[in-house]
Design a protein around this ligand. Sequence first.
Ligand code: ZN
Ligand code: ZN
Length: 416
Amino acid sequence: MKYKTLKGLQDILPPDISVWQHIESTAKNIFKNYGYQEIRLPLMESTDVFIRSIGETSDIVEKEMYTFQDKGKRSVTLRPEGTASFVRAYVEHHIYNDPAPQKFYYMGPMFRYERPQAFRYRQFYQIGVEAMGIDDPKLDAEIISMLSSILGSIGLEGLNFEVTSIGCASCRPDYKTALKKHLSGKLDEFCSDCRRRYDANPLRILDCKVPSCIESRKGAPPVLDFLCKECKDHFDGLRKYLELLKVPHTINPSLVRGLDYYTKTAFEVSSENLGSQSAVAAGGRYDGMVREFGGPPTPGIGFAIGMERIIPLIKDSADGNKGPDLFFCLLTEEAAEKALILAEQLRAGGMRVEMNHEQTSLRSQMRKANRMGAAHVIVLGEDELKSGEIAIKYMTDGKTKRSSLQADEIQKIIKN
Ligand SMILES: [Zn+2]
Ligand SMILES: [Zn+2]
């Protein structure tokens, strides 16, 4: 074959697409009840947007971004995640002036140049939400509860909700110091990335996936022991409200975000059924980021659901592609013209109608109707046009019903 999708990219075809649509429409309905509005952001931003928000020393910025020069010699990047673009838009359009919380959702592709593996693509899709302007942990609990409701409604089971707090700008430095002190004696046991992270961003050593690094960091002090009073109260509040809302969850103090801008609440949802790539959604607070982008100090919290992670978990439970309500088998050119008109009238009435377009035998037209999963078939030929009488065939049991050649009568019979 001459052309193929690029490595790490995929086409999404029927019948799989119906699963995607099911997830998207379920999420949209729930977003509406929680007051989230859609925001559509460009797939591409000035590279600085991502360096500023995600951090120069993160894996994403260092290794994974699709960055290139456009014809005007600007450095542009395909978005590797949604929050940075969102906050750029939030500040650019002064959305912080609207009543808080300002709530938004987005759906669409993100791009990261990663090694392709199971459930991991270079163009991957996320459903993300951001809620801005409120610091109260009730909002954190509400957003986690909403996520639980979405994942439950699309039919996911066996999910673990893990929460933690990663502190704030005032308590994290103490934690960093303690962590560095703990790691300093055995730095040579870590990978070269981690040794570099030690100075640049030691927290991210806790996030390294290299097995020897996971082993060597065991016994590191947990961030929860270093929270300041504000962060501790916030985390206690979150836990209380999650209990109130009956969202089952566990505390995972080793949960760290790979991104620099997160503060306080961090959470992750994983599935027992996905193996090592088990995270299906992740999120947290980023109270420092709007200011970083030149806006007024504004708290924010959000999450993103990874579509490719949840698709394999619900493939079986979504109802697949249904066939047409009616298929016309056609024996003459005049019959085809009549069917062309009837089909338009029936579609206007809300029916899905297909007709035969090829010069083939009635037998092969019937076979085609069957393969398409048509619920009913009408055969139109010289006799039917002359008499104005047709038979509607029910494909499930082979029975027929008589009708005139009128769209409204055909529709009435089929819809009954
Ligand atoms: Zn703090
Ligand atoms: Zn490492």
